[in-house]
Structures are given as structure tokens and as C-alpha cells.
Write a protein of this length. Sequence first.
Length: 97
Amino acid sequence: MSYLKNVRNGNGKENTITDLLDFSRIGRQEVKTVEIDMRKLAHEVFDELRQVYPKPNIELKLGDIPPITGDRNLIRFVFTNLISNAIKFSGHKKLRR
């Protein structure tokens, strides 16, 4: 319940409502499962987000990630949220690719 209070009061992450709306739109689409190269998708999302958040010395370091079968749009949404949060809240810490 406190999470909803934060959304209603405007506390916390400024894009929370936008993210929830985006997720609800994705959730209404038909799930289309395909094989996904997880490393490639993570790098694509990271490269796009570097344009949005141009922090110097930011890198992405990934270990081995096996391919999966799933909905590419939903997995992209997850990566976008995880990586954008890592970038926004990393401060002066270095992330490596």
C-alpha cells in the first residue's frame, strides 16, 4: 500500500506512473515467444540508454547469459528498467561492459 501512496503523492521514482502505463500497454498485447539473444538485447538497450543518460565512463559488464525463449518486448521492458535504474542510481560508480 505504501508503494501506491508514493505514486499518488509523487514520491519516489519520477517515471513510476509512465512505467506502469507502458507496462500495462505491453501486457495487453499478445505474447509472442521467440528465441532471444539476451546478451545482444542487453547491449542494445544499454546503447540506447547511454543516449538518454550521457554519463561519462559508464560501461556495461555482462557475464554469460544463455539465450531464452520468451516475449522480446517484455524482456526488453525488464532490461530497460533494470539498466536505466542502474545508470540513474549509480552515482560515480563505474559500470563495465
